[in-house]
Design a protein around this ligand. Sequence first.
Ligand code: NAD
Length: 429
Amino acid sequence: MSRKKQTASRRGFLKVSAAAAAGAAVLPTAVHAGSSETIKVALIGCGGRGGGAALNVLHADPHVKITAVCDIFKDRAEHKLKELRGAQGGKHADRITATPDTIFSGFDGYKQAIDSGVDYVILATSPGFRPLHFAYAVEKNKHVFMEKPHAVDAAGVRSVIETAKKAEQKNLGVCGGYTYRYDLGKRETLKRVHDGAIGDILAVHTTYLTGDLWYRGKQADWSEMENQIRNWYYYTWLSGDFLVEQAIHNVDKAHWTMGDTLPVAAYGQGGRQVRTDEKWGNIWDNFSVVYEYANGARVFLQCRQTSGCQSQVMDHIIGSKGSAQLMQNRIEAKGGNWTYDGDPNLANAYDREHFELIQSIRAGKPMNDGIRSAMSTLMGILGREAAYTGKRITWKQIEQAKFSLAPKEYAWGPNPAAPVALPGKYKLV
Ligand SMILES: NC(=O)c1ccc[n+]([C@@H]2O[C@H](COP(=O)([O-])OP(=O)(O)OC[C@H]3O[C@@H](n4cnc5c(N)ncnc54)[C@H](O)[C@@H]3O)[C@@H](O)[C@H]2O)c1
C-alpha cells in the first residue's frame, strides 16, 4: 500500500470517534503557559514505574510539586509517598507536598486525585484502567503523562483516540510513555535511517527475549478481583498479555522505524509452554508475529518470557543498502558505518518525556502524541489477536473489533478469568 493509502486507513480508524470529539469544548489556552508557574502533579498508580515517573517529573522542572498520590491500595500510596520523600537522599522532599488528605485509594480514587486541584497527572496503573483514567483526566482539563500501553483492546484504543482528540481541542498536553521515542541516540539513528542511510527499509527483525517476571502471591482473604489486580500482569484484561504490555516497546520502535505507517495485516503464533499453572492467569509466554506492510516490507517480532533461555532485546533494521541495530544506535552501510556518540547524560529518556511535555506546556503549545501512541498499542493488540486466533488479521479488522476485555463491574469480589486463548478456537469479535 502506498503511504497515501496507509494514511487513509489511519484516518478510517480516527473517523470512528470524530463525532464525539467534535462536540468537545474548546478551551482558550494551555493552563500553564509561562516559565515558572508551579505545576501540581497527581501520581495515579504507585508502583515501580509510577514512583520512577514521579522522580522523572521532579527532575524535569524545578517548579513541579507532587501534591496528590493515588493507588487502588491505600498502603501502596502511603508507602510510595514515604519512599519518594526519602529518595535520592531526600533531595526532592520539599516538593512532595501531598498530605494525608491528598492520598487517595479505591476504584474511584483516581477521580478524587484528579479533582484535588492538580494540573498534570501521571497515569501509571496497570494498563486495563488507562482509557478510563485518561478520559476523566482530560474531561477535567488536566495535562497527562500516561505510561504505555494505553489500552488492552480495540474498544480501549478507540476511547484513547477520542480522548486524545478532545485533549487537542482543549490545548492540553499528552505524552504516551513510549520511552525510546525520547532517547536521543535512537532519534538520531532513525533520523539517519529515514534520511536514506541504509536505503529502503525492507524488514525489521525485533526481539524481546527475557526471563520470568514477578509474582505477588495469593492470600486467602483476597477476593479473585484483588488477586487479579495485585497480579495484574498475568490477566489480559489488565495487561493485554505480555506482547501488548512489555514487547510493546519493540512494536513501537518498529512502528517508528516504518515512519509511523501502519501494517496492513499480521499473522502469528505462540502459546504458554512454561507458565502453565493457574497462578499465571491467562497470558501466554511466547509470541512470534509477522506484520505485513503494503510496500512489501515486513516486521518480524519474536518475544518470549522464560527464565533459563537466551536473553536478547534487539531491533535489527534491514535496508537495501545496509542495516542498523537500533538498540546499539549503530548503522552499517555501504556509505560508511556510524555509531551515535552523543552525551549519555543528555539521554535519560524517562526524564526527557516529562521535560518535553512540560516545555511544550510552558510554551503554550502542548505536545500531544496520544493518537500515534494509541496506534502503537493497537499494533500490539493486532499481533496478539493474530496469534490468539491463529489467523491473518487485517488492520481494518482490528480497528473495527468490538470485543472488550473489561469486567462487568469494577468491584471487589469474584471475577472469573477468561480462558487461555487457544488458536483455531479463539475468535476475534
Ligand atoms: N516505559 C517503561 O519503560 C515502563 C517500565 C515499567 C512499567 N511501565 C508501565 O507502567 C505501568 C505500571 O507498571 P509497574 O511496573 O509500575 O506496575 P506496578 O504493579 O509496580 O504498579 C502499578 C500500581 O498501580 C496500582 N493500581 C492498579 N489499578 C489501579 C487503579 N484502578 N487505580 C489506582 N491504582 C491502581 C497497583 O496497586 C500498583 O501499585 C504499566 O503500564 C507498565 O507497562 C513502563
